[in-house]
Write a protein that binds this ligand. Structure first.
Ligand code: COD
Ligand code: ATP
Length: 285
C-alpha cells in the first residue's frame, strides 16, 4: 500500500501522468521514417490524416487522460472503476473526433494508453512496466456493461480472422510491449543506435508479431503477413540503424504504400511503450 498523499500532491501526479501520455503520442506521431503511418515526412498510407491533425488530436486527449488518472487514483480494479474509465474513454473519443473533424486519429491509443495511465494512478509507488501492465490487464478483463452493443471495425476483424485485437492485447497485459518492444528499445540503445533508431526498432519488433486489426481490415491476412514478414526482414538484416536494415525498411514501406497498409495498432503500442519506458522516471519517484 502506498503512503497517502496530500490531495494537491495527488493532483500534481495525475497532471504529470496525463502530460506524459500526450507527449508520448506526440513523439510517436513525429517519429520518422515509420512505414505506412503518419510521420514528419507525410501522411503515409492515410488520405484523411496529417501530422498537424495527429498533434491536435493528441493534445485534445490530455483532459481525458487526466480524468482517468484521477478516477483511478489509489483505487483497486473493480467493475465500477472499469465502467467509469469506459465512459471517460468514450468522452475522450468525442474530444478526439471534435479536434480531428470526425476522423479516427487515436481510438486505439485512447484504449491502450487510457488503461495504462489508470493503472499507473492505481499505485504510483509501483511504476515498473510489468506491474503497470498487470494492473491494466486486470482492468481490461472486467466487463463494461455500458459499452454500446454495435461492433466496430476492429471487433469485426477480430471475429472474421479469429484474433484478439486491441482488447485481447490489453487483457493479456500488453505482451507485445513487455516481451518485444521494451527489450528491443533497450537493446538498441545499448548498441548505441541513437534514440530515433531505437524507437523505430521497437516499432518494427511490434509489427513483426502483432495481429494488427488495422492491417487486417485494410489488407486481409495477406496484408498482415506482408507486414509481419517485412518487419522481421528489417530486424534480421540488423535493424534500422544498419544499411541492409534501412534498405529492407524502405522496401517494406514501398510495398505497404502500394497496398495502402498502415500498422495503426502497432503505432498505438509504440506510444504506450514510450510511456512505460518513462513512467519509472517520473518526478516524485
Ligand atoms: C477496445 C476498443 C479499442 C475497441 O476496439 P475495437 O476492436 O472494437 O475496434 P476499433 O476499430 O474501435 O479500435 C481498434 C484500434 O485498436 C488498435 N489496434 C488494432 N489491433 C491492435 C492490436 N492487436 N493490439 C493493440 N491495438 C490494436 C488500432 O489502432 C485500431 O484502430 C476501444 O475502442 C473501446 O472499447 N473503447 C470504448 C471505451 C473504453 O472502454 N475505453 C477505456 C478507457 S481506458
Ligand atoms: N502515426 C500514426 N499514423 C496513423 N495512425 C496512427 C498513428 N498512430 C496511431 N495510429 C492509430 O491507427 C488508427 C487508424 O487506423 P485506421 O486508419 O485503419 O482506422 P480507421 O479510421 O478506423 O480506418 P479507415 O481510415 O480505413 O476508415 C487510429 O485508431 C490510431 O490509434
Amino acid at each position: 500500500m502506498q503512503p497517502a498523499l496530500a490531495p494537491d500532491q495527488a493532483g500534481q501526479l495525475a497532471s504529470q501522468l496525463a502530460a506524459l501520455a500526450c507527449q508520448c503520442l506526440l513523439d510517436e506521431a513525429r517519429l520518422a521514417p515509420k512505414p505506412g503511418l503518419v510521420d514528419s515526412r507525410g501522411s503515409g498510407a492515410h488520405q484523411d490524416l496529417t501530422l498537424a491533425l495527429m498533434c491536435r488530436s493528441a493534445r485534445a486527449l490530455q483532459l481525458a487522460f487526466l480524468a482517468m488518472a484521477r478516477a483511478a487514483w489509489q483505487q483497486q480494479a473493480s467493475t465500477t472503476l472499469r465502467e467509469q474509465l469506459g465512459s471517460l474513454g468514450r468522452a475522450g473519443e468525442q474530444a478526439m473526433l471534435q479536434a480531428s473533424g470526425g476522423v479516427n486519429t487515436h481510438r486505439g491509443a485512447i484504449w491502450a494508453i487510457g488503461l495504462l495511465v489508470a493503472a499507473a494512478a492505481m499505485d504510483s509507488s509501483q511504476l515498473q512496466a510489468s506491474a503497470v501492465c498487470q494492473r491494466a490487464a486486470a482492468l481490461a478483463q472486467l466487463p463494461d456493461r455500458l459499452l454500446p452493443a454495435q461492433p466496430r471495425k476492429g471487433e469485426l476483424a477480430c471475429q472474421r480472422y479469429g484474433v484478439g485485437g486491441a482488447r485481447g492485447e490489453a487483457q493479456q497485459g500488453f505482451p507485445h510491449i513487455t516481451r518485444l518492444a521494451l527489450p528491443a528499445l533497450q537493446a538498441s540503445r545499448a548498441r548505441g543506435d541513437g534514440e530515433v533508431n531505437a524507437r523505430l526498432n521497437a516499432l518494427l519488433a511490434i509489427m513483426s508479431r502483432l495481429d494488427d486489426t488495422c492491417l487486417l481490415s485494410r489488407g486481409g491476412m495477406p496484408g498482415l503477413t506482408l507486414v509481419q514478414s517485412g518487419a522481421q526482414a528489417v530486424l534480421a538484416a540488423g535493424g534500422v540503424a544498419t544499411l541492409p536494415g534501412r534498405r529492407q525498411l524502405y522496401q517494406l514501406e514501398q510495398d505497404m504504400l502500394a497496398q495502402r497498409l498502415s500498422p495503426g495498432g502497432a503505432a498505438d503500442l509504440l506510444a504506450a511503450t514510450l510511456l512505460l519506458d518513462r513512467l519509472p522516471g517520473m518526478a516524485g519517484n
